[in-house]
Each structure stands twice: as C-alpha cells, then as structure tokens.
Design a binder for this molecule. Structure first.
Ligand code: AMP
Length: 596
C-alpha cells in the first residue's frame, strides 16, 4: 500500500494496535469479499409468520428473549441523574403508544410527526409508531414555525407529538394551514384547546400487542432534507433499512453485547434516528441519551460517569471539545471508552489526531447522508486511519466517482456513467443502488428522485477523491446546500423566508467558513426600492428570519447588496456570491461548488 497516496500527506497514517475487544471487521478485504446483504437479512429474525418490522427487530424480539431486562435506553437528565428503560419496559410502552394510535383511528401508513427534545416520549413514540405500521417523521425542535409548517404540510402529518410551549409558539399560529393535522398530543399535558394529553391517552389505552406485519418495502420513516432549490425533500425510508442499521452497527460502530453506546445526534435528524435509536437497540446494547444541549464538561462527565464504550458524535462538537482544551478531557476517567466515530461534516485531520492526545483514541470519520439511510463509507476499528479521509465503503457497498462536465452534470456514455479513476482528480461520489437502507423516493417528487440515478449509480451530490488504495476524501458539496453545525440547510428556504420581510426585494444565502460550525449561513439582501440600508433594519431582518426559521436555519449574518448576481434565466448565482465573499477570482469558479 502506498502511504497516504499523495493526499493530506501532512498527517501521517495512524497505525492501529490490536484492539482489546476482538473487532467484528478484522480483515477488510476478506469481509468485503464474503459479505452478502442476504446474509445480513438472515441475521435478523423477522416477524414470526413473516414480515419485517423495525420495532420488532429493535425491541420486540429482545423483550421476548434473554435481553428482556437489559437496559435499553438511559436518559441523562439536566441534573445528571438518569432514568433507564429496559427492553421489556420499552416494548410495553411502545405497545401502549400503538394502542393510542389505534384508539385515535390512525391507520397504518398515516404519518406521525414529532416536534420534541430528546425526551423518553419521543423514543417511545418512534417505536410505537413503527410497531403500529404508521410512518414516523421527526422534526428538529430548534426549527421555527415556518420549517415546521412546511414539513407538516408536505408530509401530510395526521398526528403531531409536541410540548405545550412548542405548540403555542410554532404550531398553533399555523394550525389553520394544516388541514390534515387531526391530533396534536401534548407530552406535558394537560391538554389545551385543539390538543390531547398524551399521558391521559396512554393511561387509558390497551396496549397493541400485535406488531404490524409490515413488508420489507413498507414505508417506515420520513426524513426531510434540504436541496438547492424548491421545498425540503421528504426522503422515504422502509422497514428493511434495519438490515443496514444492523450491519453498519456491526462493522462501522463495532457494537458488542454489553456496550454502553452514546450517539449525540438528535433524532430530529437521520443520524439520531438510525444510530441514536435503531442500530443500538437492534444490537441489544444500552444507548445513552443526553436530554440537554452540548457542553464540554457535561459531555466529559457523561462519558466518564456512564462508562460509555462507543461514542458516535459530530465534527462541530469535537471542534468545541478541542477548543475547550486537552486538560479538560484529561480531568475525567475515560478508560471505558474504546471507539470514537464522527459523521455529518468534514472532520479536520487535526481533530482526528487530537482525539489520541486527549483521550487516547483517534476519531473515526464516516460518511453518509439522509438518502442513504445508513453509514456508507467509514474508518474501521481495526484499520489504520489516514487523517482527513472518510475511509472506505462498508462491506456490501460499492462506491465510485462519476466524472462531471463543465456544467457540473454527470458524464454518461452509452448509458454508463464515466468514472474517475485518477487519484488526483475529483468526481461526484456515487453509490451502486440496492443497499437495504437506500431511500425509496422523495415524497410526491418522483422526478426529483429519478434524477438522482444516472448511468447505473445513485449520485450523492458530494464531490470527492479516491486515493490509489481506495480511501475516499471529501472535497465539498457539488451544489449550493449549506452544512452548518452538521445541519443541512437549503438556501432557497432561507431566501424565501427573508423575502417575506417587507423591506426585502431579493435574497441569496450561502455558507461562509466558521471555525466551529464548519459553515454558517450568510444572506445577501437586496432591499426594495427606496428602503434605506441601516443597521437597525439589518437587525430587524435578522430577528425576523430567526423567528420564522428558528436558530438552526436562520442566517447568522446579513449583508446588503445593491444587485444580486444572476444567471441569464434569473436564478441567483450563489457561487459568485461565495467567490466574492471568499476573495476567489470571480472568473474561475472551478474550485467552487456548481449548482445542479
Ligand atoms: P444529511 O443528509 O443532513 O445527513 O447530510 C449529508 C451531507 O453531509 C453529505 O452529503 C455531506 O455533504 C455531509 N457529510 C456527511 N458526512 C460527512 C463526512 N464524514 N465528511 C464530509 N461531509 C460529510
């Protein structure tokens, strides 16, 4: 093998020592050669009498077996105290939630939404909904009223679980625009007009003992993600995704019986669902859930006091920890920790290496996206790490780079995509379709879904390189989508909200570099004729956007522009805004992300 294959040579390869716990993936090439998805399918037991249901694989079968009393979820409250649910208890509560859905007349296939923090109710509702055969769609609780309204509307949500405060602030004002929304269940009752008290319904409901006999291809989860244009996209996922969650939990996260596993992602996003709930439960391990927000000392206390063995987190959080300093890490006993992985945004090689200095373990970057449903490319526990690389495809996944023309379109010849093989060249990261957690469509947008598949490949929208030994290196997004603190933000959504302000004629939103969040949203605003660009107005527009969009999506900065650069057809040229912002030559946009 060539060392680093000429990429990121500043960072020498981290050579691994044999792990204390024998890894599930000890020999990468041999496992890849042997692996068959059908074997993974057989490793799960399926419903007695046929059918595949995520809730059965994650909880039901454990509750009926030797893991019945094993701690499934351990919630860490604000004061550091914990509340645990065994597999049997989780099964019982989710059966009761399924009973609530039944009593409300909800049908299998109907969509149940949540707008909740990481409280036990959320986890019970996810599992109860899947058990009942309805479709779960989590919304991130830091969304403002507009993203909430839009997603509930697009997804045709029939049931929503939320808190009293979120309901008043984010749902009640737009409820009349959501005719499909029949039942709003408050988790912190008592109910108020137009809502129901979940605790009361749970107490009254007879548990639904049967688990819905869903087929592998039945819809289970809906995750909204952002594109460059148009409304958010509802990526549809099916029950069979659990096969990939199981396999990646094994190979990419190396979960073993007895592990205490902590995924810091919020279930409002796909990582928090696939790897904060499904994968650990399918493996019968204990999943830690922190009910609070990120704080360096709090996190170190959790790692130490909960004896976390496997930790799956994100670059923004890791950068914050690195800034907090190595001493902070060393003040805690992290001796239980044996594996650290990261996902969601580019992971700086400094952070990979710093992990070793701080807690004696490097960080294992991995790559995937909402559409893939599960980890696709990873650094493995027993494999050396090339800091800065996302790693190699997991067994069962074929990844390649598709060549793009000057307009950023994939090059196809005779029906086949042209692949980039030169390690010096970048291409669009592409995956051979057919893995179990692959999304099965964008809700109500068949054409948009079809366009993702070209010449036999699923195109991810990311640009990457692959070194001579098959390690993948992230280059950037191939479109205008913004990644801020791990959250994907559609510039169009930001621009549309800004344009609802009375003073705004047009807006263009881009991501600008930020040392902690990777990128933050900056908006360029063209004011209506005759409106004065004052600081007061800037603050007013910022406040307006924050109120509508919520802090997770709103721009951090606004600049007034007399004219926004546009294509001939009138689309805002975000690439040019970015080039100007970053001081890159405007004529040469080849290093920038091209719109698709
Ligand atoms: P999401 O669908 O919100 O999970 O976002 C997926 C996108 O996040 C990917 O298409 C990438 O652009 C980015 N991403 C995820 N993981 C990584 C990683 N390890 N390195 C760089 N970018 C990543």
């Amino acid at each position: 093998m060539t060392a680093d294959a000429g990429l990121a040579t500043r960072w020498p390869t981290i050579v691994k020592q044999p792990a204390a716990v024998p890894p599930h993936l000890a020999d990468y090439d041999a496992t890849c050669a042997e692996f068959r998805w059908d074997d993974a399918r057989r490793a799960l037991n399926g419903l007695p009498g046929g059918g595949l249901n995520i809730a059965h694989e994650a909880v039901g079968r454990h509750a009926a077996g030797p893991l019945r009393d094993r701690e499934a979820l351990r919630f860490v409250r604000a004061d550091g105290s914990t509340r645990s649910y065994s597999y049997a208890e989780l099964d019982g509560r989710s059966a009761r939630f399924a009973g609530v859905l039944r009593d409300l007349g909800v049908q299998p296939g109907d969509r149940v939404f949540s707008l909740l923090g990481r409280s036990p109710d959320l986890y019970v509702a996810v599992l109860g909904t899947l058990r009942y055969g309805s479709v779960f769609c989590p919304l991130f609780s830091a969304f403002g009223p507009e993203p909430v309204r839009q997603r509930l509307h697009l997804g045709g949500g029939r049931v929503l679980l939320t808190t009293r405060a979120y309901y008043r602030k984010k749902v009640a004002p737009v409820r009349d625009q959501l005719p499909a929304l029949e039942h709003v269940l408050l988790v912190d009752g008592p109910a108020e007009p137009g809502t129901l008290d979940l605790a009361e319904l749970m107490a009254a409901a007879e548990p639904e003992t049967e688990i819905a006999r869903t087929r592998p291809d039945d819809l289970a989860l809906l995750h909204f993600t952002s594109g460059t244009t148009g409304t958010p996209k509802g990526a549809m996922h099916v029950h069979e995704a659990v096969v990939a969650h199981w396999a990646t939990g094994l190979y990419a996260l190396d979960l073993h019986p007895g592990d205490v596993y902590w995924c810091t992602a919020d279930p409002g996003w796909v990582t928090g669902m696939s790897y904060g709930i499904i994968a650990p439960l399918v493996h019968g391990v204990t999943a830690v859930v922190d009910e609070e927000e990120m704080d360096a000392d709090r996190w170190y206390s959790i790692l130490a006091e909960q004896h976390v063995t496997v930790w799956y987190t994100a670059p923004t959080a890791l950068r914050m920890l690195m800034r907090a300093g190595t001493e902070r890490a060393r003040a805690h006993d992290l001796s239980a920790l044996r594996f650290v992985a990261s996902v969601g945004e580019p992971l700086n090689p400094e952070v990979v290496v710093w992990g070793q200095e701080a807690w004696g373990l490097p960080v294992h970057d991995n790559w995937w996206q909402t559409e893939t449903g599960g980890i696709m490319i990873a650094n493995f526990v027993a494999a050396d790490i090339r800091p800065g690389s996302m790693g190699r495809p997991i067994p069962g996944i074929e990844a390649a780079l598709v060549a793009r023309d000057d307009d950023g379109d994939p090059i196809v010849r005779d029906g086949a995509a042209v692949l980039v093989t030169d390690p010096e060249l970048e291409g669009e990261l592409a995956l051979r379709p057919g893995w179990p957690s692959m999304f099965r469509g964008y809700l109500n947008e068949e054409e948009r879904y079809r366009r993702c598949f070209v010449g036999g490949w699923y195109l991810t929208g990311d640009l990457a390189r692959r070194d001579a030994d098959g390690w993948f290196w992230f280059v950037g997004r191939g479109d205008d989508v913004i990644k801020s603190a791990g959250h994907l933000i559609g510039p169009f959504e930001v621009e549309s909200s800004l344009m609802e302000h009375d003073a705004v004629a047009e807006a263009g939103a881009i991501g600008v570099p930020d040392p902690v969040a990777g990128q933050v949203v900056k908006a360029f605003v063209q004011l209506r004729r005759g409106v004065e660009p004052t600081d007061e107005l800037r603050l007013d527009i910022l406040g307006f956007a924050r109120k509508r969009l919520g802090p997770a999506v709103a721009p951090r900065e606004i600049a007034f522009a007399e004219n926004l650069p546009k294509t001939r057809s009138g689309k805002i040229l975000r690439r040019l805004l970015r080039a100007r912002e970053l001081g890159l030559p405007e004529g040469d946009l080849s290093t920038l992300e091209a719109p698709r």
